[in-house]
Design a protein around this ligand. Structure first.
Ligand SMILES: CC(C)(COP(=O)(O)OP(=O)(O)OC[C@H]1O[C@@H](n2cnc3c(N)ncnc32)[C@H](O)[C@@H]1OP(=O)(O)O)[C@@H](O)C(=O)NCCC(=O)NCCS
Length: 139
């Protein structure tokens, strides 16, 4: 049985494992403290998929009233292809819809382009016109 629910602080180590397994853990951003701040400022903005008391999947929701994003969608290896990623996406989108978001964006890894394009296209996502590359700066 899979349960999709709000992330709590005690899920941190599991989420870290999920992100590390796929090279998506950012030691600057994905700290326990940052997630604490995120869920305090925006309750319900991190969701987890729980099996046997372990968060084996997660997604972060970002919405400030202007634009909405989904980040860090991961299902741990061994639990994939059972619809867990889809449950997380459905829940994230449903939460955004309830908050009034009119569209949602996400970034896909170039290394996984083919799989992920298929994955998200099947779920109704389309490419934005123009080519964009993500850039960042340490503050
Ligand atoms: C993408 C991901 C979350 C899907 O999780 P999941 O629990 O297996 O998802 P579901 O069971 O709902 O759906 C499985 C689908 O993924 C497809 N798939 C298989 N391998 C895949 C891969 N390497 N990457 C993406 N999708 C894949 C399957 O074909 C299946 O498609 P279908 O719905 O058309 O049958 C999971 O593969 C993952 O964690 N990947 C690594 C992290 C990642 O790249 N996340 C996306 C960041 S943008």
């Amino acid at each position: 049985m899979v349960e999709i629910r709000d992330y709590t602080d005690s899920d941190y180590e599991d989420v870290k494992i999920n992100l590390e397994e796929v090279g998506m853990f950012n030691p600057q951003l994905d700290t326990r403290e940052n997630l604490r701040i995120k869920i305090t400022k925006n309750p319900g903005s991190v969701i987890v998929a729980v099996v046997d008391n372990h968060a084996i999947g997660n997604a972060y929701i970002v919405y400030d009233g202007w634009n909405a994003f989904i980040f860090r969608l991961v299902t741990r290896k061994g639990y994939r292809m059972q619809g867990i990623g889809s449950l997380l996406m459905d829940e994230a989108e449903s939460r955004l819809r309830k908050k009034g978001a009119k569209e949602v964006s996400l970034f896909i890894k170039e290394a996984e382009l083919e799989h992920l394009e298929r994955y998200y296209t099947k779920r109704g996502y389309v490419h934005r016109k123009g080519k964009y590359q993500a850039m960042y700066k340490i503050l």
